[in-house]
Ligand binder design. Structure first.
Ligand SMILES: C[S@@+](CC[C@H](N)C(=O)[O-])C[C@H]1O[C@@H](n2cnc3c(N)ncnc32)[C@H](O)[C@@H]1O
Length: 236
């Protein structure tokens, strides 16, 4: 797995901001102490893969800067990213959390209530795709942080229910336990993913290819957390 930021830059980012609170600190501690079961397959990943504080702070700011009122998450875990979004939403806003793991979703409910942002949250147990289908659009922000090899599929369904000016954020586009970064980089510069790349890498490549090729979207990458892309729908 690549290191996205050199140590000194990583320290800098952590020291500068964002402002945390006791709920974020409790969530950070919970994530460190509660790695998911699948983490055993990846010795280098020893904690729950939240977006982390740097991306979290950015998600809150993105919500505030865009005046977003409705947010949808594909893969909410125990509510880390959702909590940051919720901090940026107005009191009549809405964030839909989706999670296939019941215990994680319960923890999300607990943390968001503790942080006093529970009234904007909708907790949906089950497959994010099925939940998304049940909700009417438009959404202002959608976070993709579920199965990385299904990001493209998610983009296809999301784009029709995204507000004009709405944003799709995808996490772990640069770093994840089985992502082959060199293969991804080669694919992006050649315009075609190497045949030897694994499923995960092909999934991220196909997602990036789809958002970059879509004339209705503008995309930028931010090397924070697991590496995120921010794709804004600028026209239809
Ligand atoms: C990387 S974690 C999410 C982290 C979360 N966004 C955060 O910042 O803490 C991915 C989560 O997506 C969930 N997940 C995977 N596929 C899903 C699906 N199709 N629908 C809903 N949740 C899914 C997993 O159970 C896991 O908890």
């Amino acid at each position: 797995m690549i290191e996205i930021l050199p140590d000194h830059s990583d320290r800098f980012v952590r020291l500068v901001g964002p402002e945390t609170d006791e709920v974020v600190e409790a969530m950070d501690e919970f994530g460190t102490e509660n790695p998911p079961d699948w983490v055993e397959r990846f010795p280098e990943a020893d904690e729950f893969p939240t977006v982390g504080p740097a991306v979290g702070g950015w998600l809150q700011m993105l919500t505030e800067l865009t005046g977003a009122k409705r947010v949808f998450e594909f893969g909410s875990g125990f509510g880390y990213s959702a909590y940051w979004f919720a901090r940026g939403l107005p009191s009549d806003g809405e964030i839909v959390l989706t999670e296939v793991d019941e215990d994680e979703l319960e923890m999300a409910r607990e943390f968001l209530s503790r942080g006093g942002v529970d009234e904007v949250a909708r907790y949906e147990l089950g497959d994010a795709f099925e939940t998304f289908e049940r909700y009417d659009g438009p959404f202002d922000i959608v976070l993709l942080d579920h199965e990385n090899d299904r990001y493209r599929e998610a983009f296809e369904v999301v784009r029709g229910k995204l507000a004009d000016g709405g944003v799709v954020v995808a996490e772990n586009v640069m770093q994840a336990p089985s992502l082959e970064f060199d293969q991804l980089l080669r694919g992006l510069s050649d315009g075609d993913c190497p045949a030897s790349a694994n499923e995960h890498t092909v999934g991220i490549f196909e997602y990036l290819d789809a958002v970059r090729e879509d004339p209705a979207f503008e995309t930028t990458a931010l090397p924070l957390g697991g590496g995120i892309t921010v794709s804004q729908k600028t026209c239809e």
